[in-house]
Design a protein around this ligand. Structure first.
Ligand SMILES: [Zn+2]
Ligand SMILES: [Zn+2]
Length: 247
């Protein structure tokens, strides 16, 4: 995810190799280059290419202390370490991290700039107390809707992986996200469903579940795809051919 605010362009997570990231940005006609990178946690789909991207963009890395201890990110510069619940600055953005339950130490991030706020929470096994408060006042909420419970249990994953994904330190199901969205602050203008499983979910199922939870909530509902770019807020809309999933 790329957060742009003022002169700050913060890349959140580094799971894509440089060549793929550049292709995606170019296809979306985005010419911006990240000037800082936050890695949320020590899983490969979030941190594998941190050193490569940091070196290429000459962008400092930011990680939690627990992530710094659990993975060698590589690269020439030591990452900058942030704490939980204590706001810190990344360029013009104010960022606040909150720990969430996952099988690697993980954080939900809140970004603030010039009176606007957005929050991101993916890779969490359950909704911890305080997460809705962490989202308070946000214009945009980006939330995991990883799997459909039935698809997961009827699907091809081995038993231990099904237990891991659905456990308290795994990933949010569509139903769990439904539960969270039912209590969402009415001031939220955009909800983006994130981190959908390719094997155990479909954009249609995730969207239908979230739409039912939001019911008469006025927020716009988007489903992010890993194969294209989803523009939120003042970001320029990507060209129509990137609309791989129906909105
Ligand atoms: Zn992940
Ligand atoms: Zn993870």
């Amino acid at each position: 995810m790329l957060v742009e605010a003022g002169a700050t362009r913060l890349l959140v997570d580094a799971g894509l190799p440089l060549v793929t990231l550049r292709r995606q940005l170019a296809r979306a006609e985005l010419t911006v280059k990240p000037n800082a990178i936050i890695v949320t946690h020590a899983h490969g789909d979030h941190c594998r290419h941190a050193a490569e991207l940091s070196e290429h963009y000459q962008a400092p890395l930011f990680v939690s202390e627990a992530t710094r201890r659990s993975v060698r990110l590589g690269g020439r510069r030591a990452p900058q370490v942030f704490g939980s619940r204590a706001p810190f600055s990344v360029g013009e953005l104010t960022v606040t991290a909150m720990s969430v339950p996952h099988d690697a130490p993980q954080v939900s991030l809140r970004f603030e700039h010039a009176g606007q706020a957005a929050a991101l929470a993916t890779d969490l096994g359950e909704v911890p107390p305080g997460l809705l408060e962490h989202f308070a006042g946000c214009d945009t909420v980006l939330i995991e809707s990883n799997h459909d419970h039935e698809m997961l249990w009827a699907g091809p994953y081995p038993y231990h992986l099904k237990r891991r994904v659905s456990g308290g330190h795994g990933h949010l199901s569509n139903a769990q996200t439904h539960g969270l969205l039912r209590s969402l602050d009415r001031g939220v203008r955009t909800v983006v469903l994130m981190h959908l499983s390719q094997t155990n979910n479909t954009p249609e199922l995730a969207r239908a579940s979230a739409a039912e939870a939001l019911c008469d909530h006025p927020a716009t509902l988007l489903v992010a795809s890993q194969f294209g770019v989803t523009a939120v807020g003042d970001a320029p809309a990507p060209p129509p051919q990137l609309e791989l999933f129906p909105r």
